[in-house]
Design a protein around this ligand. Structure first.
Ligand code: CP
Ligand code: NVA
Length: 308
């Protein structure tokens, strides 16, 4: 069976835990090495990943490319607009062709149904590099960052501030799998996907919604936010005005647990969802979080190839 990583549930909690352990070990083993040097065992030697981008990206593009290099393989970047996909070749035919040419496919797209269709017609692993619905690779890096800072995932209390977007959906999915609690502070009408919330609650995770940012953050060990307007979202003045009370500033951070970390998947809109003071402050782990995209995705890649 071909392993796809469309959402965290494709792997499940035990595999997510195993991937995090693998990522921690590999990160330590290559500490201070030149970034492009392959790991000693080069576990994906001769493997090629094709990456399709239908939306902008800095971190996802570079981290997958570097992950493949460090695993001993290589990557090809395809800007959808300059491929035949951008001229109307079907997703299914693209899946069939790429499956004959490369060993795995990563796609960043808008409609989640497209990645499902790609996976359906691909005979090689398909990895979700973000859709409008979810961003599981980001959450693998976030979990790695939290664990690396000495927080255990089971029982962790995490606060999310702002828009109920793709990153939050995957975070809620992770809460269900890894048994932690999420308190979402955000305006009514901007909630995350109801299906993700239901499944996490059914798995025993606390997922609480409040319009009071302080209630969301009180005692939290991780405070997480993201852009108020995601790629492809309409946004507008009403949307931005609704988000304003949920800006993460130093006063709000001070109400979290003493050892709380501040996280953001980036890119950030400094002065909107977060102040410079918090972004650049002592509790911020955003640069580790960005670097961890490489380490976490190496383990995701190893998992889709059946090595974990
Ligand atoms: N966090 C993240 O996915 O960043 P990019 O949009 O730069 O890939
Ligand atoms: N929620 C953001 C994440 C970007 C990495 C977006 O979809 O634009």
């Amino acid at each position: 069976m071909t392993r796809h990583f469309i959402d965290l549930t494709d792997a499940g909690g035990d595999a997510v835990a195993a991937m995090l352990n693998d990522a921690l070990d590999r990160k330590v083993a290559r500490k201070a090495w030149p970034k492009g040097k392959a790991d000693a065992d080069a576990p994906l030697a001769d493997r090629v990943l094709a990456m399709i981008f239908e939306k902008n990206s800095t971190r996802t593009r570079v981290s997958f490319d570097m992950a493949m290099r460090q695993l001993g393989g290589s990557a090809i970047i395809l800007e959808a607009g300059s491929t035949q996909l951008g001229r109307g070749e079907t997703v299914a035919d693209t899946a069939r062709v790429l499956s004959r040419m490369v060993d795995a496919i990563m796609i960043r797209t808008d409609d989640h149904a497209k990645i499902e269709e790609l996976a359906h017609h691909a005979s090689v692993p398909v990895i979700n590099g973000l859709t409008d619905l979810s961003h599981p690779c980001q959450i693998m890096a976030d979990l790695l960052t939290i664990v690396e800072r000495g927080h255990a995932l089971p029982g962790l209390q995490l606060a999310w501030l702002g828009d109920g977007n793709n990153v939050l959906n995957s975070l809620i999915e992770a809460a269900g799998l890894m048994k932690f609690s999420i308190r979402v502070g955000g305006p009514a009408g901007y909630e995350p996907d109801a299906g993700f919330v239901e499944r996490a609650r059914a798995a025993g995770a606390e997922v609480l919604f409040t319009q009071d940012p302080r209630e969301a953050v009180a005692g939290a060990q991780a405070v997480v936010t993201d852009t108020w307007v995601s790629m492809g979202q309409a946004g507008g003045d009403v949307h931005i005005a609704a988000m304003q009370p949920y800006q993460v500033d130093a006063a709000l951070m001070a109400t979290a647990a003493k050892d709380a970390v501040f996280m953001h998947c980036l890119p950030a809109h400094r002065g909107e969802e977060v102040t410079d003071e918090v972004m650049d402050g002592p509790q911020s782990v955003i640069w580790d979080e960005a670097e961890n995209r490489i380490h976490a995705q190496k383990s995701v890649l190893r998992w889709v190839f059946g090595q974990i």
